[in-house]
Design a protein around this ligand. Sequence first.
Ligand SMILES: *Cc1c(COP(=O)(O)O)cnc(C)c1O
Length: 424
Amino acid sequence: MASATEFSTLRTEIAGVPVIELAREFGTPAYIYDAGKIVERIQDLSMFETVRFAQKACSNIAILDLMRRHGVLVDAVSAGEIERAIAAGYATEGDPPPIVYTADIFDRESLEAVLRYGLHVNCGSPDMIDQYGERAPGGNITLRINPGFGHGHSQKTNTGGEHSKHGIWHEDLHDALRRADRHGLGVTGLHLHIGSGTDIEHLAQVCGASERLAREIGRTLTTISAGGGLPTPYRPGDTHADLTAYHRLWDDTRNRLADTFGHAVHLELEPGRYLVAESGYLLAEVRAVKQMGSNTFYVVDAGFNNLARPILYGAYHPISIAPASGKMESRAEQDVVVGGPLCESGDIFTQQDGGFVCKRSLPMAQIGDYLVIECAGAYGAVMGSNYNSKPLAAEVLIENGRPHLVRRRQTPQEVMQGEMIPAR
Ligand SMILES: *Cc1c(COP(=O)(O)O)cnc(C)c1O
């Protein structure tokens, strides 16, 4: 049985490197990633023959390079993510394909990129089959099917059921197969992904749906993908899911299909969050401590331009204070609200779904202390924006005790890049 995760509200280091050194060297706000934690999570999944990282969760090319060095393949959802995978050293061809393009549409750039590099595509709409088939008849494709149900940590991350835009509706499978036939495309892959931040019970239902759909597709199938959505601990007491049992379910499904088809059926898992969430820390500095009636606010130099999950989903992140002294001082705790610098009242890290402000018990803090927002590696930096003309934060990867800058903070000029005043 997996042990409950514990989070401390006071820390002096991240992955063995003193927080004050990280702040001094790289400034704040900065994303700090612990490579060791990513490698641990990769190892947790070693029973799956192919692990394909859904890079949208954390797509810095240094993270992709780390994944690649540890045998993890990659998923791309845009032309930009295709270029990232290639920049990180992924080959365009191989079996299984190192890079798969998965989406519900081809925008014009992604269709051209897929054709230029000869990438395998996972079609999430019937139109994608036609658009690809017209340009590249005779190839092989994967179908992403919406099984008619879904589940996620939020309605916004539920990717199945009739309110979701994702995938080919399960009742349209035969229409999709006819479209593929018309272009001479072989349907070699089946993919289901019902949502992000779901739980193992819901994920297990996908197995049964996959098997039924796979039998309808038939012997052309050589690969089934279980999608992503694996939960990861965010709150004290959360545990890592029982992946052995989860793997067994899928392995049994795959073996039954292989028996029926008379050939091997390859099994893929496609996690995003699971691999990177715990590795990431958003490091900020406390810049104001103020009282508003009965509420104490810690106002820090990171905002929802850096980490949008709280304002988007009411997501909970563990938070700790790192004293400016660099020492593990014993400090009394108080209930506080943690906010950022943006000119918008929703710029609060301690909020619930619906935007309700909550308090968190944190150590007393002063200006110059650091505040660390934890479990921020997934859907953190990648959702960063330039709102309020704030630069994208620096990103730092700590590997074997050594911090490496893997993205430098943007300059004001870079924030304005591409803008122009019309000549008159
Ligand atoms: C987002 C996404 C994933 C990863 O989801 P996680 O919850 O981060 O594991 C996997 N597959 C597809 C198709 C996705 O869109």
